[in-house]
Every structure is written in structure tokens, then in C-alpha cells.
Design a protein around this ligand. Structure first.
Ligand SMILES: [Zn+2]
Length: 314
């Protein structure tokens, strides 16, 4: 038996066949054809699952379930995408839709929740029952696991830590609120902070790094800081302190075993994780009397979403 995991994104859809141990047997990625309605997109997905089966020498009838991770609000109990800004979907019955097209049982959840579930089942936080995954990408995504279960509130509308307000009347967020954590801690925010510092410091090494790399990115400040550039060090320190602010809030509410950091920024490794672990634990209430909250880099990389989606149906 194998399970199909589908990580639906606004630009691409990652699809994989995953076994019961969480090993990806075959995977690829197809373009999200926005000219098609959701049914057309689901037909593309099922066509690709059949292709992967042929390539891997697996009988399509041995696919025991299909799990879907979708960006936005996904009511996993009804199998409906209530709202997805990236895909322009509203009240899409995605589980029923793919079951009709594929003839296979399906489940769906929010993409960050899938990634958290993947890390919990097969990745960095195996054997820990209370974990939170935070992905630092275009936005800040989060998946919260309490006592071995995904927590996402009524109609799966909760668990959105990226939109906790950390600065009252702060920067305008796409969601309509001001001062959301993701406006300060996402990769997008880091690039904005890097640009501001570069404008202020024409002497900074960051300008050289941008020339070498061809463009400004979430890595620019980290690279220049590593070479000793003061302005870049300040950007990195401040950015990490913004991440820590949100993590301390989460830590004080949930006190999980660990908080897993994923998304592109997590590739910075120890330069990010080590100071975060110190800042978070020194910021927690009565920290000297409680077990440490570990801060760990995600281990499944950009396949966490599809592995976690497949794990929904295992
Ligand atoms: Zn927001």
C-alpha cells in the first residue's frame, strides 16, 4: 500500500507517493493551472498520481488514500476549502471532488498543518506529543500539535500564529490587521528590513552580496553578517528578535516540547536556531523551573507538506 501526498501551492503542486514509514517513493511537481477550475486542477493531480504509479511500478489500485495540503482555511472535518487567497477558491469541496475523480478515499488540511503533521510523524519532532511548526517563508505559517493531535480551532479557522499581533498599530498586513508577526518575521519582512538597512548604509557589504547573488534575498544579511558587516549583523539580530517575540508568546501559551522552524530561512541553520533557542528560553515564564522548549530546524525540507498530507490518510 502507498499513500499519495499532494501539496497544493499557488504556482506549483508537489505530488508524491509515500509509504507507511514516510519514505517518498516517487515525487514530482506540476504547474497549478489557474485557467482551470478546481475540478480541472484535481484532474491534473490524479493524472499525475497515475503517472507516478507507472514510473514507480506501482498498481494505481494500491494507492490507499490521497491527502491534500492547501494554503488557506481548510475545514478538515468537512473536507472543504473555506477560503484560499493563493488559489482564489471559496467553499471548494476538495475532498469530495478528488474522491469522485480518483475513486480513492481522501483527506485535506491546511498546508502548514500538513507540514507540522509530517514533521511530527516522520521528521524532527518524532516522539514529541506537543510541538509547534513555524514556517518562515513568504508569510509565517504555523501548525500546532497538542497531545498528538492537530489543533486548528472551530471549522479549522484557528492555529494561525503568523497573524498574532506583536506590534499594536504596527505594519499593515495583507490580512487586514496591523502589526501581525508575519510582517516582522517572514522572509518577505527580512528582505524589507535588509533593503532599509542597505538604503541607510551605502558602505555595507550587503551591497556587494546583492551584486554577487544577482538579487536581494533572505540570505543577503546573513551572508554579510557572517563576513563581519556591522549593518548586516544588526539586521540579523533584530530579525531574530522579532521571531523570538512570537515564539516566546507561543511558548508561554503552549509550552511545547519543541518548536520546529521550517521555510527557506531555516536553511541558515545554527546562525538562526542557536540564538533563537537562547532568547526563547530566557523569555519564558519561570524558565528555570520548567523543561526547556527546544528549537529545532525542520528535517523534511520542502517535502514536509506532501509527506504530512499523505500521513493524513495513513
Ligand atoms: Zn495578518
Amino acid at each position: 500500500m502507498v499513500y499519495a501526498g499532494v501539496d497544493v501551492g499557488g504556482t506549483n503542486i508537489k505530488i508524491g507517493l509515500v509509504d507507511i514509514k514516510g519514505t517518498v517513493i516517487a515525487d514530482n511537481s506540476i504547474r497549478t493551472d489557474k485557467n482551470k477550475d478546481y475540478k480541472g486542477i484535481l484532474e491534473d493531480v490524479v493524472g499525475d498520481i497515475k503517472l507516478l504509479c507507472r514510473q514507480a511500478g506501482i498498481d494505481y489500485h494500491d494507492v490507499a488514500g490521497i491527502g491534500l495540503g492547501v494554503p488557506g482555511v481548510v475545514d478538515s472535518r468537512t473536507g472543504t476549502v473555506s477560503y484560499s487567497a493563493n488559489l482564489g477558491w471559496r467553499d471548494v469541496p476538495i475532498v469530495h471532488g478528488i474522491e469522485v475523480v480518483s475513486g480513492i478515499r481522501a483527506e485535506a488540511a491546511n498546508d502548514a498543518n500538513c507540514a507540522a503533521w509530517g514533521e511530527y510523524k516522520f521528521g524532527a519532532s518524532r516522539s514529541m506529543d506537543n510541538v509547534i511548526l513555524v514556517t518562515l517563508g513568504t508569510g509565517v505559517g504555523s501548525g500546532i500539535i497538542i497531545d498528538g493531535k492537530l489543533f486548528d480551532g472551530v471549522a479549522s479557522a484557528g492555529g494561525e500564529a503568523g497573524h498574532m499581533i506583536i506590534v499594536k498599530d504596527g505594519k499593515q498586513c495583507n490580512c487586514g490587521l496591523k502589526g501581525c508577526w508575519e510582517r516582522y518575521a517572514s522572509a518577505t519582512a527580512l528582505i524589507e528590513q535588509t533593503q532599509e538597512a542597505m538604503d541607510k548604509h551605502p558602505e555595507s557589504l550587503m551591497h556587494e552580496v546583492v551584486k554577487e547573488q544577482g538579487k536581494i534575498s533572505g540570505r543577503t544579511a546573513f551572508i554579510a553578517a557572517n563576513k563581519g558587516d556591522d549593518a548586516a549583523k544588526k539586521v540579523v539580530e533584530e530579525y531574530i528578535s522579532y521571531i523570538a517575540t512570537g515564539l516566546i508568546n507561543l511558548g508561554n501559551i503552549f509550552h511545547p516540547n519543541a518548536i520546529i522552524i521550517g521555510g527557506g530561512v531555516s536553511n541558515e541553520g545554527a546562525a538562526l536556531i542557536d540564538p533563537l533557542e537562547d532568547m526563547v528560553n530566557s523569555g519564558l515564564l519561570a524558565s528555570e523551573h520548567n523543561p526547556k522548549v527546544r528549537i529545532i530546524g525542520a528535517s523534511l525540507g520542502n517535502k514536509a507538506g506532501l509527506i504530512g498530507a499523505a500521513a493524513l490518510v495513513m
